[in-house]
Design a protein. Structure first.
Length: 135
């Protein structure tokens, strides 16, 4: 049959160690300020097949790499008497991303091509929302 099929899968994780200073209120309830570091890994793969009715061809591409960065957040946490806590924060952050791209086709694998690592030069908004339990 004729046509093109495209699919993909992405995996990743982000570790964000940080500390919070409570400016108003007493931990765990109140207005807080928090610097955080970012360390993450991401892998995104896409697959594509094409058929012209006679031949079928395909390719797959994987983009994988690390993310390093820092951010500053300000937010508010409210702890209810029953133990439930709700948190909302906003902030700015910058990060550096190093990604490698690997492509393979039905004709065989192509060599791994490291892309030029790039640095985000500006600050990017961050939003944090949390729901938890205090005990």
């Amino acid at each position: 049959l004729f046509g093109r099929e495209v699919g993909g899968l992405g995996l990743g994780g982000l570790f964000q160690p940080g500390i919070a200073w409570f400016l108003i209120g007493r931990a765990p309830t109140g207005l807080w300020l928090s610097p955080k570091l970012e360390l993450g890994y991401v892998s995104i793969g896409t697959n594509s097949t094409f058929s012209d009715g006679v031949m079928k061809s395909g390719s797959s591409t994987t983009n994988a790499g690390f993310v390093f960065g820092a951010q500053g957040m300000v937010g508010y946490t409210h702890a209810f008497d029953i133990g439930l806590s709700v948190q909302l924060g906003v902030g700015l952050g910058v990060n550096y991303t190093a990604i490698n791209t690997t492509t393979a086709t039905t004709a065989g694998p192509l060599p791994t091509q490291p892309t030029q690592p790039f640095t985000f030069l500006g600050s990017f908004g961050r939003i944090s929302a949390g729901l938890g339990w205090n005990f």
